[in-house]
Ligand binder design. Sequence first.
Ligand code: H79
Length: 431
Amino acid sequence: PTNAAEKNYLNESEAETDARMQWWRDARFGMFIHWGIYAVPGGIHKGRSLSGGAEWIMASLQIPKDEYEKFADQFNPTDFDADEWVRIAKDAGMKYIVITSKHHDGFCLWDSDVTEYDVIDATPYDRDILQELEDACNEHGVKLCFYYSIMDWHHPDASGDSFPKYRDEYMKPQLKELVERYDPAVLWFDGEWIKEWTEPQGKELYNYIRSLKPDIIINNRVGKGRQGMQGMNKGEGYAGDFGTPEQQIPATGLEGVDWESCLTMFHHWGYHKNYQKWLRSGDSFIRDLIDTTSKGGNCLLNVGPTPEGTFPPPCVQRLDQIGDWIETYGESIYGSTASPFTKTPWGRCTAKPGKLYLHVYDWPADNKLVVPGLKNKVASAYILGGMEGNKLSTTRKGDDVVIDVPPKMDSVATVVVLEIEGEPEVLPWMA
Ligand code: H79
């Protein structure tokens, strides 16, 4: 029998990695949730309003620890309904949820044994939020995942020479609690840039978490490989299963690398009272999901719930809109891979064996959609979403395939399926 604690999980075979990553690669779309006692001030404290990072209010406004802790007294989210949150995520087409178990401020959303600075012990609320979410996620078949900040502004040992004590007697026991009690599908680390966090601590932590749950997936912020907000690793030799571009989508596709762009709905991650000022359109989120998918990555879209425990209604409205689009066109997203083209003048492309999904943003005025530089023989073409039987005629014009399409249907993105013979072969100037 192998001793799990001594196994080096960094050495797994490609086939083992593929098997472990499969659900995540197929999922393509998840919900990020930033929730903690920073939701109480909601980005505004003593008349000062933050223009970014409402969840950073403790550091940005230099609020002393004892003063900041008082927000916990006011954290009483009586409207929190885990079932409703998970249903909203699921209806939006999201396959997993990543919630902040502990953000940089150190406040914990579960009943941790190693601190009183958590939702059960420090607030008037007496329900274990992570437990309720786990139950609801199991009920609805959504994967529950945890964000965990290595940086901790609250724990007295979390900086300087005492850091190893914080790491061994606080952080690792907390992570063990999270993994063993709630069985998360992903651990999403952050705050790894602090000077105390050095290699090989990242690799060791990665191995430790995998020894607790061998099939767990862990982001690259567990170690020191990340290149800033661009999020991909600097090179080989770092732990972590996927890159983490933050507030951005890579300009081009990234072959053979797993990554996930995390994006905000209203510029802040945590709730801000003036969130409407920054709130983006539902159309833009759908296009972001298509864009990440077409480049071979996942999209993790963030919601910052209110201190009462609800998603702001305009956020729910946008999530509903995404869900409506996905209901029609989801086949082009889930389980699909990156576009074989670098440029598609009218929009984006995703792929599955034998199929190209053409996400048309700019509908051709003459209703002739040109797929440039595609060598394959075309088997058929149709529009997704109940119109599979309505075949579109296609013609080859030199290197291009031209599809006769009806007038524009969906103003965000209409998906035209092109069934082709064999692996996609595109001309080099298009690849
Ligand atoms: O949790 C959300 C934000 O609160 C958090 N990450 C997302 C998911 C976040 N923390 N910091 N920032 C966002 C911006 C800070 C970036 C910096 Fe750095 C940290 C600049 C210097 C240290 C990371 C490491 C980027 C460059 C080096």
